[in-house]
Design a protein around this ligand. Sequence first.
Ligand code: 13P
Length: 251
Amino acid sequence: MRRPVIAGNWKLFKTIGEATTLVNDLKVRTAGITGVDIIVAPVFTALSSVATATVGSNIRLAAQNCFWEESGAYTGEVSASLLKDAGCSHVIIGHSERRQYFAETDATVNRKIHAASAAGLTVIACVGETLTEREAEQTFVVIETQLQGALAGLRSDAVAGLIIAYEPVWAIGTGKSASEAQAQEVHAFIRSLLERLFGLPVATAVRILYGGSVKPETISGLMSQPDIDGALVGGASLSAESFAAIAGYSA
Ligand code: 13P
């Protein structure tokens, strides 16, 4: 059985103080939740403080991006090993906002995934189609291209440890979640693609999260789908009450 993952992507929100307050509140609200990996992804500047606050809790820490080089003359970048140093166990790579605003491509996503895996971070690799692509019935083509590009050259054992997030761009921040059936259809496609590329044991092991306007009211239905193993939550992760309700969906 795949262990469910509920991850909160805080995007460009919260000061160090606000992030610490939020995670302290979350710690209390999620203390009784077992059987779910709970992850939060604050901005870089808050990572270290949130890491300190989560010591001894069941909350894990993710960064929202990393660079592929370990160190060097790369002004403004942060490497995977420095994220580990700051207390991260996970890193989100290839979010659609990075693809849209920061020229992230399947090739750069691939380099980052290699670097993060080598550093021992668990990668949350994001894929997802735009509305135009969905309406042109290109969803599966887009997902296949993104996934093949992202995972190129990775060994099967590295892929088995990955988390993949399917986030349809049209559902992010719009309040318009994919339906359970729409999400399940793409998740099943991703799993079949993983089987084709890396074999059944890998496809069975990889956890595939849905992201895009997930709310406390929608999480149970999504989690009832056979290939949906968790959620990557944006807006609803910024409040301890709603994120804890999502993480405690099975209670
Ligand atoms: P929303 O939950 O705000 O739609 O954001 C989803 C997302 O982009 C998570 O990475």
